[in-house]
Write a protein that binds this ligand. Structure first.
Ligand code: ZN
Length: 230
């Protein structure tokens, strides 16, 4: 990735990034930033339909994710292929994330906030936690996963992290112009959208309008932002 303003989105399941940050992702790509999306699990448990097999569901959801990523202007989707509900805080997962950071060299990494206590989706916690660990210190240190060096992958310092679905957001970004792209991306996850689009859109619009008030714009998404290097 040549673009020094590029960003990497790490999402636990297909559709999490769209719901949490789809408007911001679409805005950044519209501004010319290159965006890559890393899909950690294949989402093969995301159904109440007892007639669909996990393998078929995984195939459908990968296709939906690629289609949705296009609506947000994402240039590449990387599927890590872990089973749904199968993320662990382990070296195998961390290495895969460190590898993506070293390949794409993003200025910004975006993922889900792992800080929610008690009831939370375990994959969301693992995804956020292990991504933060991958950003710092692993991707930075050449002796972490030294086999990467032999493959020509240099260490990389990520400048900032944006966490979506945070209980303690401190950063609000204007998505007034990209709200439609966000909803389009969300509704490309056809297998996951139970409620009619108008209803979901109205709920979503009200939520983003609330966040928008914080910065005096019509619609905004909210994040916790962490700056690592100046
Ligand atoms: Zn999820």
């Amino acid at each position: 990735m040549e673009d020094s303003t590029s960003f990497l989105v790490v999402t636990p399941h297909p559709d999490d990034a769209e719901g949490g940050a789809g408007g911001t992702i679409a805005r950044w790509t519209a501004e010319g930033r290159k965006g890559v999306l890393v899909l950690c699990t294949n989402g093969d448990k995301g159904t109440s339909d007892r007639n669909i097999s996990p393998a078929s569901l995984a195939k459908i959801r990968e296709k939906e994710q690629r289609h949705a990523a296009e609506a947000m202007g994402i240039s590449e989707v990387v599927c890590l292929g872990f089973p749904d509900q199968g993320l662990e805080d382990c070296s195998e997962f961390r290495e895969k994330l460190v590898r993506q950071i070293r390949i794409h060299k993003p200025q910004t990494v975006m993922t889900v906030d792992p800080a929610r206590p008690y009831i939370r989706h375990r994959d969301h916690y693992m995804c956020g936690r292990v991504t933060l660990d991958a950003v710092f210190p692993y991707a930075r240190d050449h002796l972490a996963y030294p086999e990467h060096l032999e493959e020509g992958l240099e260490p990389h310092k990520v400048s900032e992290v944006y966490l979506f679905r945070s209980d303690t957001p401190d950063t609000f970004l204007d998505i007034t112009d990209t709200f439609d792209a966000k909803m389009e991306a969300l509704y490309r996850h056809v297998s996951q959208m139970g409620s009619p689009r108008e209803e979901r859109e109205a709920r979503s619009r009200a939520r983003h309008a609330e966040a928008g008030k914080k910065i005096g714009v019509a619609l905004a998404e909210e994040f916790k932002r962490i700056e690592l290097w100046r």
